[in-house]
Design a protein around this ligand. Sequence first.
Ligand code: PLP
Length: 341
Amino acid sequence: MEKKNLDWSNLGFAYVKTDKRFVSNYKDGAWDEGVLTDDDQVTISECAGVLQYAQAVFEGMKAYTTEQGKIVIFRPDLNASRMADSARRLEMPVYPEEKFVQAVEDTVRANAAWVPPYGSGATLYIRPYMFGSDAVIGVKPADEYQFRVFVTPVGPYFKGGIKPLTIRVSDFDRAAPHGTGHIKAGLNYAMSLHAIVTAHAEGYDENMYLDAATRTKVEETGGANFLFVTKDGTLVTPKSESILPSITRRSLMYVAEHYLGMKTEEREVYFDEVQDFAECGLCGTAAVISPVGKVVDHGREICFPSGMTEMGPVTKKLYDTLTGIQMGHIEAPEGWIHVVE
Ligand SMILES: *Cc1c(COP(=O)(O)O)cnc(C)c1O
């Protein structure tokens, strides 16, 4: 198979139309078989549920080429079950989890020429999503849905080196208690756009959201979970019902405990404690971990000892171990690496 002629190492994070995408429709209470198609356009009613009342959920994961030359996907079964949870919360029909994994695998295989080669630092980003597609004007769930999977090649996240981020404590809330913060729904992102645009305009990379009820506890950013390292080397991540359960974060907690012999804690993290941590990072599929150098709370700066020039030592070890597992240098736990045959 001939690879596409792309400058892999200089790709950014932007949509590139690839050859095939998977489409399945839900009608009269059942999903059809689904097909791989060349057609990148979606045609739906002007009154579709997704357009009027934002009935849409999505997922994000990556495929890449390992050192051994195999195309693999990292833990797609967890994306399948998380999308099922998201769908149930928005009164959408679940796309069956085994069929989800199959659709993802089939879409990646059909676009194998777009999977970046080993060593390029680039990956193939996979975007499964689902939306209400028939007309809905009274507020209720749609009767018809479309499930799609497309892929797009994306460049190395840390192009030009790893630079720790500066983030601000946001005056906006991301998620309410008993709301939708724990599901991957487009609506959580629509309402975060104003907060991120204004953060960028003020020179910050990201927003740190606190819990909406008390504004005393750390939740997450707009699209990544927090990890903190205590001065005595324990890995801490905030526990809350309104945080999106990041697969990267869950994997890193496992790696910390079982590969690096660290103590780990998932617990409530009060904002007042943040100043006492040695390291801070943001984790998600895109970057694995981005180090945070500084948190700014209305003019008051909290600077982590790891500084503004490099990843802290524990963050680095976590990053190297998980990316080593993904790339095939380090043996993976059972079931983490899904090979595309
Ligand atoms: C997708 C997402 C994450 C990261 O999850 P991963 O499974 O690690 O990619 C974190 N927070 C939010 C709000 C997200 O939408």
